[in-house]
Design a protein around this ligand. Structure first.
Ligand code: SF4
Ligand code: SF4
Length: 306
């Protein structure tokens, strides 16, 4: 009998001892690829489903080894250092081992569900002591639905508690198929106004809102996460729309307000991408408290921070 090979997942980070991605101590697995293009994305290395090459300029000695190593002739030396032509680079990673100072790094590595489970199993004592578990995040983990499903099944064989952090932008069948193996959904709702949602994320929010209602109706436990971006989604009208939506859905345990911050700016620079919100400030504690109060008036539990 021929057995199918296990699905391979592309993962760009596995972060242990996280306290912000669900209850207790978590190990968070970050999957590559996202169908949204949020202006404030703090994991730009997650957006492409393929592995990517980043360059830490402060480590580069301008030795030129990457220029010589690249089979595509995608790298050229400039007075500012090596420049990689994104139109020529196939992201093969062949240049990475030639970079002795470690300035070049491949973001995104392949894992089988079992290889991942073997890593996650190391943290079982912390999960047991704290009521924690494993959180799958991204990117959008549902973009790698086959791998996600297999990885969740491997977690359940280890009797681990599971959470999935999702934008909700996926065919309902994908959410429905993994839902029985997910103890908690961290559901990112970004903007209620559909036009603004299209503008700032690149997609409509209709599917996202429909999937939220369907998850709620099937009895899933949900924490809604709102990234608070000053000037984009923090108006009283936005909070009112979110409050009246959450009031209707009894599976929503809480709304978490996640204040925008600038820590991703350096990542955009390393990837050679434009950072679209350089002047947007972090919301003040007073403003976050006012938003929280407005949402609590709808009978919703609200937490500032994840
Ligand atoms: S191999 Fe590394 S250190 Fe040398 S030029 Fe390329 S990026 Fe810089
Ligand atoms: S990843 Fe491959 S194609 Fe891209 S610069 Fe490195 S060696 Fe060249």
């Amino acid at each position: 009998m021929v057995t199918a090979a296990p699905p391979t997942g592309w993962i760009f980070d596995i972060r242990r001892y996280s306290l912000h991605d669900g209850p207790g101590i978590r190990t968070t697995v970050f999957l590559k690829g996202c169908p949204l293009d949020c202006w404030w994305c703090h994991n730009p290395e997650s957006q492409s489903p393929q592995p990517e090459i980043i360059v830490r300029e402060h480590l580069c000695t301008q030795c030129g080894e990457c220029v010589r190593a690249c089979p595509q002739e995608a790298v050229s030396m400039t007075p500012q250092g090596p420049h990689t032509d994104p139109a020529l680079c196939t992201r093969c990673g062949e240049c990475v081992p030639f970079c002795a100072p470690g300035a070049r790094e491949q973001v995104g590595q392949p894992y089988t569900p079992q290889a991942l489970a073997d890593i996650l199993a190391r943290d079982i004592p912390f999960f047991d002591q704290s009521g924690g578990g494993v959180t799958f995040s991204g990117g959008e983990p549902l973009l790698q639905a086959e791998f996600l499903s297999a990885a969740l099944a491997a977690c359940k064989r280890l009797e681990l508690r599971t959470a999935v952090d999702t934008s909700g932008f996926a065919p309902w069948q994908r959410l429905e198929s993994i839902a029985p193996q997910v103890d908690l959904f961290l559901y990112d709702l970004k903007v209620q106004d559909e036009g603004a949602h299209r503008r700032f994320t690149g997609v409509s929010n209709q599917l996202i809102l429909e999937n939220l209602r369907r998850l709620n109706d099937r009895g899933s436990r949900i924490i809604v996460r709102l990234p608070v971006i000053p000037g984009l989604n923090d108006t009283p009208a936005e909070a009112a729309a979110l409050g009246s939506l959450c009031r209707q859905l009894d599976g929503i345990q809480r709304v978490d307000l996640l204040p925008y911050h600038h820590t991703a700016a350096a990542k955009y620079q390393r990837l050679g991408r434009e950072y679209r919100l350089p002047d947007t400030p972090t919301p003040s504690p007073d403003h976050l408290n006012a938003l929280a109060q407005q949402l609590r008036a709808y009978g919703i539990a609200v937490q500032i921070g994840g």
